[in-house]
Design a protein around this ligand. Structure first.
Ligand SMILES: C/C=C/C(=O)SCCNC(=O)CCNC(=O)[C@H](O)C(C)(C)COP(=O)(O)OP(=O)(O)OC[C@H]1O[C@@H](n2cnc3c(N)ncnc32)[C@H](O)[C@@H]1OP(=O)(O)O
Length: 246
């Protein structure tokens, strides 16, 4: 059973994370499906813009902690790494629609989206140190640029939860609406983009991000070396195993 659904309509590919019983935690299979969805959007000329969403109660609880426990080397062949590379290289506008928990990669993937809309029930968290891990998805470089160094340290290392208004203030999201308004808001912006001249939108995204892609990918590689080491540590394994013994 796939927990990633796609719907293609009016030039908009909507990618829905749908594993609510596990708070939309992202398994390796789900990363593969997310990558496939991005690649499909990249290749299909009828798709002008992609939206990534959960539902109005939950975006994603981040990486599936069971998969962390299983281990595995974070090489370029790893599904999470392939997804991160696809996210960085995605050349069409990507809009995130966030509600409820957006934990770990649920927050860091937003740093690779072009527009982010949040419901006022969203809860963001970068609990890397609490898990015995370190930042990923180039958040160690992107977040300090958004928030300044000391706030980035607070968010990435203390790892406390923050709300949608905080995320708006940090420049992580464009706008905050009620959960009931979120889908309509995102759909209307996506349709607006889909109707703009395609080449102009593509060129504009390229101008905003292309010059940074190489360094973002380098930061991702650098972070992954530490992340892999930490993931293999007894400390991290004990913390993650503890999550399931609550
Ligand atoms: C490269 C990527 C790095 C990262 O993403 S690092 C971040 C990893 N993620 C986390 O550390 C978040 C872990 N989850 C939570 O903190 C909490 O959950 C939430 C705040 C998201 C929601 O809390 P609540 O509403 O109380 O739900 P619940 O009872 O904790 O979870 C419901 C079911 O979902 C499973 N679950 C939640 N998150 C994960 C996860 N990340 N990986 C695997 N399973 C998860 C639980 O175990 C449980 O399941 P059952 O009903 O069978 O007991």
């Amino acid at each position: 059973m796939s927990f990633i659904n796609t719907q293609n309509s009016n030039g908009v590919l909507t990618i829905t994370i749908d594993r609510l019983a596990q708070k939309n935690a992202l398994s390796l299979e789900m990363y593969k499906d997310l990558t496939s969805a991005l690649m499909m959007a990249e290749k299909d000329d009828t798709i002008k813009v992609a939206v990534i969403k959960g539902d109005t109660t939950c975006f994603t609880a981040g990486n599936d902690l069971n998969d962390f426990l299983k281990g595995g080397s974070l090489t370029e062949a790893h599904p999470t790494v392939i997804f991160l590379r696809a996210l960085v290289s995605f050349s069409k506008p990507l809009i995130a629609s966030v509600a409820g928990p957006a934990i770990g990669i649920g927050t860091t993937l937003l740093m690779h989206c072009d527009l982010v809309y949040s419901a006022d029930n969203a809860v963001f968290q970068l609990p890397f140190s609490k898990l015995g891990l370190c930042p990923e998805a180039a958040s160690s470089a992107i977040l300090p640029k958004l928030t300044g160094r000391v706030k980035a340290f607070e968010l990435l290392v203390l790892g406390n939860k923050f709300n949608a208004d905080d995320a708006l203030q940090f420049g992580l999201v464009n706008d905050v609406v009620s959960p009931e308004e979120l889908n309509e808001k995102v759909e209307s912006v996506a349709l607006q983009i889909a109707q703009l001249p395609t080449l102009s939108v593509r060129a504009s995204k390229g101008l905003i991000i292309d010059s940074q892609k190489e360094s973002i990918n380098e930061v991702i590689s650098h972070e992954l070396k530490y992340f892999e080491q930490l993931l293999g540590s007894d400390e991290c394994k004990a913390i993650i195993a503890g999550f399931f013994k609550r």
